[in-house]
Design a binder for this molecule. Structure first.
Ligand code: GLU
Length: 427
């Protein structure tokens, strides 16, 4: 898949810079809200950026130094919230943008959190389990002065998961001399995780798609879906959509994509992926490249892999009439505007993939209460929050005659700005 870090054409550098993409969306909404320049300045920049060097003892006895970041964009509405990603592509501008998107995401679904994001530059596929554990623990120690259940609560993101969160929780707890489950979310159930958290982002994507279908007047059975990514968001989202009756015609992983016009048997596809480690070779489907997949004939596209997948280079070839963004920043600002102009509806990332952080919020609440909910309660509360947020965003879009993305920014920036006005400038 294309990624921001590999772009060499200078003309595309700005388009592929996720922080500039975020700023574009922000400015558009700020103009409509008539936000004054001072407040814009406050809300555009992250409050705090931490860069850390992490010396790690490798299995072969050598020492390697990794670089990590934690960026806290804003904590006006509550503790910062946001994931930690492990990837060779991590860079400060990306983490900055992702931290700001977390502020807007938490605000769009009205959670009492601000936004943050963390990342470590590494290729987890090249690290042993022991090296990964040492890296995670060292990173936690390096950033823990700014973490805390009331300050900043990390969660999983790209290439991190329940085990990573368990190591973070343990490292933090050992240092503060008490088990502190509320320091991270996305933990295993046995140590304070929430039922339904693992599926939450995919479930939220499905709920967002259901709402968009209602606006369009489409039925799931007639909706051909292309899903980019088969991980926690794309894989689970595709499974749940298949169960809901959607016709999932294509799904991809990091190696390539598979396609079947008749529709894929998603439980069988996911079982194949589990057993073979890749989608390629799945019977009853043809192989297509990543590039071809995004140009397939379909009704709904769910980009659920990484940033900068739908860009000025391929936006005109996208045939979907509806895009539900499972990933953060999969459509560049330029492509998003072009697609909107030609009538393609985009349910933006900060709304469409907010299911994960919503159930993270439930996990944090449960940890603080020490009282855990059933999966039915988690799922029904998630549905309520996602549906309400979708309806609010759709109403703002209609009121201002703007895209759902601009409407989501308007709603979320307005909420943060009103808290700022109430609290005032601390001096
Ligand atoms: N990493 C996820 C996101 O981008 C989840 C964040 C969280 O649960 O705090 O929304």
């Amino acid at each position: 898949m294309t990624s921001g870090a590999t772009i060499s054409d200078p003309k595309l550098l700005d388009e592929y810079n996720p922080f500039l993409s975020m700023a574009k969306g922000f400015d558009q909404a700020a103009d409509i809200l008539g936000l004054d320049e001072g407040l814009r300045e406050v809300l555009r920049q992250p409050e705090r950026e931490l860069k850390v060097s992490l010396p790690i003892l490798m299995d072969d006895g050598s020492v390697k130094v990794f670089t990590g970041y934690r960026v806290q964009h804003n904590f006006l509405r509550g503790p910062c919230k946001g994931g930690i990603r492990f990837s060779p592509d991590v860079n400060l501008d990306e983490v900055r943008a992702l931290s700001a998107w977390m502020t807007w995401k938490c605000s769009v679904v009205n959670l009492p959190f601000g936004g943050a994001k963390g990342g470590v530059i590494c290729d987890p596929r090249e690290l042993s389990e022991g090296e990964l554990e040492r890296l995670t623990r060292r990173y936690t120690v390096a950033i823990m002065d700014i973490l805390g259940p009331d300050r900043d609560v990390p969660a999983p993101d790209m290439n991190t998961g329940e085990q990573t969160m368990a190591w973070i929780m343990d490292t933090y707890s050992m240092h503060v001399r008490r088990t502190t489950t509320g320091i991270v979310t996305g933990k295993p159930l046995a140590i304070g995780g929430s039922r339904g958290r693992r599926e939450a982002t995919g479930r939220g994507v499905m709920i967002a798609a259901n709402q968009a279908l209602q606006l369009k007047g489409w039925r799931p059975e007639d909706t051909r879906v292309v899903v980019q990514g088969a991980g926690n968001v794309g894989g689970i989202g595709a499974l749940l959509m298949h169960r809901e009756g959607y016709r999932v015609v294509s799904i991809s992983d990091m190696y390539g994509a598979i396609h079947s016009e008749r529709g894929l048997d998603m439980p069988a596809v996911m079982a194949w992926l589990r057993d073979h480690g890749r989608l390629e070779g799945f019977p009853d489907a043809e192989s297509v490249t990543h590039k071809e997949q995004l140009e397939l004939d379909c009704d709904l596209m769910v980009p659920a892999a990484t940033e900068n997948q739908i860009t000025s280079l391929n936006a005109d070839k996208v045939k979907a009439k509806l895009i539900v963004e499972g990933a953060n920043g999969p459509t560049t600002a330029v492509a998003s505007a072009a697609l909107h102009d030609r009538g393609v509806m985009i349910v933006p990332d900060i709304l469409a993939n907010a299911g994960g952080v919503t159930v993270s919020y439930f996990e944090w609440v449960q940890d603080r209460m020490g009282y855990f909910w059933t999966e039915e309660i988690v799922n029904s509360r998630l549905e309520q929050i996602m549906v309400d947020a979708f309806d609010e965003v759709a109403a703002v879009a209609e009121q201002h005659d703007v895209s759902l993305r601009t409407a989501a920014y308007i709603l979320s920036i307005d909420r943060v700005a009103s808290v700022y006005r109430l609290r005032g400038v601390f001096a």
